[in-house]
Write a protein that binds this ligand. Sequence first.
Ligand code: SAH
Length: 408
Amino acid sequence: MADSDTDSAQPMTLSRVVLKSGRDKSVRGRHPRLFAGAIKEIVGRPKDGNVVDVSTNNDEWLARGIINQQAQIAVRLLTWQQDETVDDVFWKQRVHRSVELRQCDPLLRATNARRLIFGESDGLPGVIADDYAGYIVLQLSTLAAVNARAAIVAALVECASPRFIFERSDEERMRYEHIKESSGVLYGEAPTEPVVIIEGGLSFLVDVPHGQKTGFYLDQRENRSRLARYCAGASVLNVFSYTGSFGIYAAASGALRVVNVDSSPDALRAAQANVALLGATSCEQQYVATDAFADLRARRAAGEQYDIVVLDPPKFAHNPEQIDRAARAYKDLNRVGLALVKPGGLLATFSCSGVVDSALFQKILFSAAIEAQRDVQVVERFTQASDHPVLLSYPESEYLKGLLCRVR
Ligand code: SAH
């Protein structure tokens, strides 16, 4: 029997997780999550956080990962190569690999803000690292990742040359894994002034320790610039605006008026600061801190219409049980949003709920269009930016989808 003292080092003999017969398909398909229900028995007495081998009922070696018997996802699978050791060197190599991918990504050349590590998609379950002009926000949400914290930080320091690494944990996910949340400075010195990032030639302030998610919606980068091409001369209703990014791209591309709606006054204050950074344009920006659902209804009742309406709501569904309720909310939102588009104008509508796939999202929009009595053509399809890659063996990593629609 094997047991390791240091949680991130792999001992000579590993404990073995044996799958129930017929439950090997997802492991063979390299899905990185092994659920407790698929396990027949555990040979050896691994401690949570130890490296374990996974085999079939017939002793065929399949994969290796890190066990957490307190979590529903009992093993975070890390490698399907039997000769690959899971130790500090392993974690460092994975971090280097993901950072290098971003360093040579042509789509990221015009920015100094990017997601360096996107969890399972980068072979690093539970690790998110966002780099804002050298200030890195790290989120660790699995026991495996938390135990590898030191190796991950050391590797980031080596290959990303950050000024500062700050950890901000995702409380909800940590609860699933029964690990203590932690946050604080892991490396370097905290910024003394607001961090300014450059994206698409535009500047944005990012509140590294306090902003939503890790501070800025990097996943929408490409979509902001694609939408901007339609904005010359336009009036834009930017709903769920957060710190105003869609509206700032629009203003920089010649929009004449942007109305930013968000329930967070802090986000709107930041939006105002971002507009100030942009400098003089011919665009008039407005900021409305209120509930978007009520606000859109009031605008519809007042007969308002815009050339472009952007709907980028927060995640409505966190798990499959919430899909129906989320579908109703998306339909409701889009029905009202469509009514606010001038005939011949555009609706840019998004969903970041991973469990609502793009086919379902399109159906929801179809229902909304019927109810709104508008003819809707899809002119572009949006997805998450390239620093949030979709891993084919982990389709759940595809979460952001959007449609740009011409509305008659
Ligand atoms: N479009 C933004 C990101 C939007 S994130 C960007 O590209 O940066 C979702 C936003 O919705 C958050 O800023 C949150 O404050 C806001 N929000 C959540 N619920 C809301 C509601 N009911 N009404 C208005 N805004 C809401």
